[in-house]
Design a protein around this ligand. Structure first.
Ligand SMILES: O=C(O)CCC(=O)C(=O)O
Ligand SMILES: [Fe+2]
Length: 231
């Protein structure tokens, strides 16, 4: 099921959520030709389409986090959209997980193509104020606001591969990129004497670069030793 209604915010929870959403300053984060007039705000993490580049953002207020945790436990990213939220047929960026949860404010028409092609039969879903939907964002889909001021708030997960960008490898944490470490070991020099851009150098350039770094390194270490001995 690509678009399934899983509940609705009503009464004061809906009004509080709306008041918060309307208070958030929106801007153009990525000018996408799919949603040319849409304004956005990311929370927790953003994922820039195409580049699969993660960005870090503050969390929404605690009440919104609690709501998000209930609707999509383990969510990694939230996106609030306003102005003209029209978005042409698309699939969400590959770095996002398959399932997203959307809170709809105002009314909109959500369209999806189960056969993954705009020339095939679409399915339309009328989203009403406060309704919450579980979406499969890997199915071709589009959205169109039916009321002015319509907003959407979407919770998503991010794939493990993309999240791994946030975790530097142990070598990176130690300042040792493994290729540099290997070269350093084979030449018998400290890792700091192997240039970071070694991959773009030929053997001759690399030898010269290592030798000149080694010279600086030995001057530095001997001056440190000298100072230690002097004391
Ligand atoms: O605003 C909507 O209803 C859907 C938005 C959407 O599909 C998206 O942001 O990828
Ligand atoms: Fe989408």
């Amino acid at each position: 099921m690509t678009c399934e209604r899983i509940g609705a915010l009503t009464g004061s929870s809906l009004e509080e959520f709306r008041a918060w959403a309307q208070s958030v300053p929106l801007s153009i984060t990525v000018r996408s030709s799919y949603a040319p007039e849409r304004l956005e705000a990311w929370f927790r993490r953003g994922l820039h389409l195409g580049k699969a580049q993660l960005s870090q953002h503050p969390d929404p207020p605690a009440r919104v986090v609690a709501l998000a945790d209930r609707l999509l436990p383990g969510w990694h990213s939230a996106l609030l959209c306003g102005a003209d939220t029209t978005i042409k047929p698309h699939r969400d960026a590959s770095g996002f997980g398959q399932i997203a949860v959307l809170i709809n404010l105002g009314e909109s028409k959500f369209t999806y193509w189960p056969k993954q092609n705009v020339t095939t039969e679409p399915v339309h879903v009328h989203m009403r104020d406060g309704e919450v939907f579980r979406l499969n964002v890997k199915t071709l889909h589009a959205a169109e606001p039916l009321t002015s001021g319509r907003m959407s708030f979407t919770l998503r997960t991010i794939t493990r591969e993309v999240l791994a960008q946030e975790q530097p490898s142990l070598e990176e944490q130690l300042g040792l990129v493994s290729a540099r470490q290997d070269i350093a070991l084979s030449c018998g020099v400290p890792v700091s004497c192997v240039p970071e851009n070694h991959a773009s150098m030929d053997e001759h350039e690399l030898t010269i670069a290592i030798e000149s770094r080694l010279e600086i390194y030995s001057r530095l270490t001997s001056s440190v030793l000298y100072r230690l001995v002097e004391k």
